[in-house]
Write a protein that binds this ligand. Structure first.
Ligand SMILES: Nc1nc2c(ncn2[C@@H]2O[C@H](COP(=O)(O)OP(=O)(O)OP(=O)(O)O)[C@@H](O)[C@H]2O)c(=O)[nH]1
Ligand SMILES: [Zn+2]
Length: 361
């Protein structure tokens, strides 16, 4: 396989999908990866160089929601014949292995694919005032459903002793690895490099100002991405990164920078919520009633655990809260939007995760 494409994360499953696509079409086609999106045009990388591309009218027309449009990290098929403005034309999106999807910011209930085909989702919280277990639980539920492996990263370890936050994160991580890092001292940087071995892809998610772009610059070994200081009064960031962008590391691996998220709305968490809260789910299996709401029902094993101090009341409240949000979304969303493809991808993603877990022992 073309080593330039492999360095971009083009693995055998994508090669297989691409070959199947190319075999059905007479005109010359090539695979490329979405690097960034700007006003409906896409910057794509074909392993050798980058250029602008647009999607065909047919793709745009057939898209039922944002889930069917190219997202950063997607592998797409380009037609070699450029359009009148010299841009490549995206003919198809190859099936995603994983996708981190949230509810788009704003009032209407629409999904947004934050990053596609990522192996690791780094949930970045700054140790400097930003860390919130409740927000982390929300991210974890979405990350679990993405099919990628979550990693909790506590940044700016040079400013604050990470001990207490690590302990708080450990109480809700349910097996997700936790690392402290500092782009100033270099602490934890090799660990992040380690996750991106073998041309795997990671995405950095978190609030503005936690140091996502700074970390990528550190991984790159050069100040390529723009960064800016947090506000003095509350340590909040200034939303410096304005669009998602895929970066290929010279040392191997691919990482996607994202703009700081103000809100992180749930989208179709499927079993992701119960995976992120497998402690609550395991208790719930022992409730007398299978539809127990864990309120005041007799024989509720979950409330019993709270009374005995085995489960924190805050964590249960958080679980119920997210569950309600998910239920509301489900009722509101158009069932057609949940395409069969998403379901299939989820199965594939599970298999991938199992494989990665096995690989890492
Ligand atoms: N002390 C310390 N400061 C850091 C560290 N990492 C980043 N910073 C600083 O935090 C500020 C914000 O960093 P950015 O990298 O722009 O944060 P971001 O998460 O990319 O923010 P958005 O692009 O707005 O989402 C900058 O002033 C950085 O220098 C760190 O490890 N230690
Ligand atoms: Zn940034």
């Amino acid at each position: 396989m073309n080593p330039d494409l492999v360095r971009l994360g083009f693995t055998p499953p994508f090669a297989g999908h691409f070959a199947a696509h190319a075999a059905e079409h007479a005109s010359a086609r090539r695979p490329a990866r979405i690097v960034t999106e700007h006003r409906g045009a896409y910057r794509v990388h074909d392993g050798t160089s980058e250029r602008w591309a647009v999607i065909t009218g047919r793709l745009r027309h057939e898209a039922e929601s944002a889930l069917d449009m190219p997202a950063v990290g997607d592998w797409v098929v380009l037609d070699e014949t450029p359009d009148t403005e010299g841009r490549a034309v995206i003919q198809a999106i190859l099936p995603r292995r994983t996708a981190f999807v949230r509810r788009a910011a704003g009032l209407d209930k629409k999904p947004q694919v934050v990053a596609a085909n990522v192996d690791h989702v780094f949930l970045v919280s700054s140790l400097n005032r930003d860390f919130s277990p409740r927000r982390l639980e929300r991210y974890l539920a979405l990350a679990r459903e993405s099919g990628a492996e979550p990693v909790i990263l506590l940044s700016k370890a040079d400013l604050v002793d990470p001990g207490p936050a690590i302990e708080a994160a450990a109480a809700i991580a349910r097996g997700v690895p936790i690392h402290a890092s500092s782009s100033l001292t270099g602490e934890g940087i090799e660990i992040v490099h380690g996750y991106l071995r073998d041309n795997t892809t990671g995405v950095l998610l978190g609030s503005s100002g936690v140091g996502k772009s700074t970390l990528i610059n550190r991984l790159l070994g050069e100040d390529r991405l723009a960064t800016s200081p947090v506000r003095d009064d509350d340590d909040k960031g200034r939303h410096t990164t304005v669009r998602r962008e895929l970066v290929v590391l010279p040392t191997g691996g691919i990482v996607i920078d994202t703009p700081g998220m103000r809100e992180i709305g749930l989208w179709d968490t499927g079993s992701g919520l119960d995976e992120a809260f497998d402690d609550v789910a395991a208790l719930a299996a022992h409730c007398r009633f299978s539809d127990c709401r864990h309120e005041k029902e007799p024989g509720c094993a979950v409330q019993k655990a709270v009374a005995e101090g085995a489960l924190s009341a805050d964590r249960l409240a958080s679980y119920k809260n997210l569950q309600k949000e998910g239920d509301r979304l489900e009722m509101a969303s158009d069932p057609r939007a949940r395409t069969e493809e998403i379901r299939k991808n989820r199965v594939q993603a599970r298999a991938l995760r199992a494989h990665l877990q096995k690989k890492r022992g």
